[in-house]
Ligand binder design. Structure first.
Ligand SMILES: Cc1ncc(COP(=O)(O)O)c(C=O)c1O
Length: 369
C-alpha cells in the first residue's frame, strides 16, 4: 500500500481560510432575492466599483488568450507618478494580501520570528503559520496597538518581520503617526516592518502619516495598499507594495508570475484616476459612520473609534447575533476568531443598507434584553 504523504507539522496544523457567508448561499437558504441580502461583512464599497474602472473595462480590447503583463508596467508607472517615486519602488500583487504573502515568503521560515499586535488582521496569523515561523503577539490594551510594548518585544525577540495595520482590522483604530514613524525608525537591524494601509483612504488627513515619505527614509519599511476597499475593486484582486528597490526586488523574486490579470490592471489604472469616485466613497462612508454610531449610542452599545469603513460594536454573544441577523437577510462579521466573542464587526453600507441593519439589530438586541 502506498504511504500517505508526509507534511511538515506546521502545514498539518493549518486551517483553511473561511470567508464570510456568500450572498448567494444566504439568498438560497432564505429563498430571498439576491437584491434583498445586505452583506456588511467584508468591508467592501457600497457604491460598487469606480465607474471609470467599469468604463475602461468595457472599452478595452483585452486578448484573454494572452498572459497579462507580468510587470504591470502601465499600472506601476501610473502609481509611480501619483506617489512621486521611481517605478522600481512599487510591487503589484493580486490584492494587498498577496503582497503581504510576498513579504512572508521573502522573510519568514521555520526558526524565524514575526511580531504583530493582538487583534491583528487574520492574514498575519495565517502567514506566520504557513511559513512555520514563531509568532509573538503583543497585547493591545483598549484595542489600541501598544507601540512601546511592540518595540520592546522586537528588540528582545530578534524579529524578522513586524506587521502593523494602520488603521487596524478588526478594531478600526489607529496609532499616532509620529509615534509610528519613531517605532519604524527604532527597529533593530535586520527587522522589516510591513505597514498595512488597506484603509488609508478612509483616515481623516489630520491623523494620517506620510508613509511614502517614510519609505524614502527607511529601507526596512514596506507599505501595502489596495484597490479592494475605497476603489471598489475587491473582485478583481489588485494591491501594491511600496518599498526601496532592494526590498521591493526581493518581493518580486518570490512573487508567483502573472498573478494580476489584464482586466484587473486596466480597471485599477482607471480607478486610480477616479478622484470623484474616491471623494464620493469617503463622504458616504463618513455619513454612514455617523448614522451607525448614533444608533449604537441610542441602543447603549459600546463601539470602537474607527477610521475605516467598518465599526466594531459590542453586542454580547456575536456569533449567535450574527445567526439571527442572517434570518433578516443581513450578513455581518462576528469576531470570535479574533478572540472577541462579544464583538460584531459591521461594514459601513449605503444609508438604506445601514437602516436595514440597524432595524434588525434593534429588534434582536431588544429580544435579548
Ligand atoms: C487590514 C487589511 N489588510 C489587507 C487586506 C487585504 O485586502 P486585499 O487583499 O483585498 O487587498 C484586508 C482585507 O480585508 C485588510 O482588512
Amino acid at each position: 500500500m502506498r504511504q500517505a504523504p508526509i507534511y511538515p507539522p506546521h502545514i498539518e496544523r493549518l486551517n483553511s481560510y473561511s470567508p464570510g457567508l456568500p450572498i448567494e448561499d444566504l439568498a438560497r437558504r432564505l429563498d430571498m432575492p439576491l437584491s434583498r441580502i445586505v452583506k456588511l461583512a467584508s468591508n467592501e464599497n457600497p457604491l460598487g466599483a469606480s465607474p471609470r474602472a467599469l468604463a475602461a473595462l468595457a472599452e478595452a480590447t483585452i486578448d484573454l488568450s494572452r498572459y497579462p503583463d507580468n510587470d504591470c508596467t502601465d499600472l506601476v508607472n501610473a502609481l509611480a507618478q501619483q506617489l512621486g517615486m521611481p517605478p522600481d519602488w512599487i510591487v503589484i500583487g493580486a490584492g494587498s494580501e498577496s503582497v503581504l504573502g510576498m513579504a512572508t515568503g521573502a522573510l519568514l521560515t521555520v526558526g524565524r520570528s514575526t511580531l504583530y499586535a493582538q487583534y491583528s488582521f487574520q492574514a498575519y496569523v495565517n502567514a506566520a503559520q504557513r511559513a512555520g515561523a514563531t509568532a509573538h503577539v503583543v497585547p493591545s490594551p483598549d484595542f489600541m496597538i501598544d507601540l512601546g510594548a511592540m518595540r520592546q518585544a522586537s528588540v528582545k525577540e530578534s524579529i524578522a518581520l513586524v506587521y502593523i495595520a494602520n488603521p487596524g482590522n478588526p478594531t478600526g483604530t489607529c496609532v499616532d503617526p509620529d509615534e509610528l514613524e519613531a517605532f519604524i525608525a527604532g527597529q533593530p537591524d535586520g527587522t522589516v516592518v510591513v505597514l498595512d494601509e488597506a484603509y488609508l483612504e478612509y483616515m481623516p488627513s489630520a491623523i494620517r502619516g506620510d508613509a511614502v515619505e517614510w519609505v524614502r527614509r527607511h529601507p526596512h519599511l514596506l507599505v501595502t495598499r489596495t484597490f479592494s476597499k475605497a476603489y471598489g475593486l475587491a473582485g478583481l484582486r489588485v494591491g501594491y507594495g511600496i518599498a526601496q528597490p532592494a526590498l521591493a526586488g526581493m518581493l518580486r523574486r518570490v512573487r508567483s508570475p502573472f498573478q494580476v490579470s489584464q482586466p484587473a490592471q486596466t480597471a485599477a489604472m482607471a480607478a486610480l484616476a477616479d478622484s470623484d469616485f474616491l471623494d464620493r466613497t469617503v463622504a458616504m462612508n463618513g455619513e454612514g459612520h455617523a448614522q451607525l454610531c448614533a444608533a449604537f449610542r441610542e441602543l447603549g452599545l459600546r463601539h470602537l473609534p474607527s477610521s475605516t469603513n467598518f465599526v466594531a460594536v459590542e453586542t454580547g454573544d456575536s456569533a449567535a447575533l450574527a445567526g439571527r441577523l442572517e434570518q433578516h437577510g443581513l450578513i455581518a462579521r462576528p469576531l470570535g476568531s479574533y478572540g472577541l466573542k462579544t464583538w460584531l464587526r459591521v461594514s459601513i453600507g449605503s444609508a438604506a443598507e445601514n437602516v436595514r441593519f440597524l432595524e434588525a439589530l434593534g429588534r434582536e438586541v431588544e429580544t435579548v434584553q
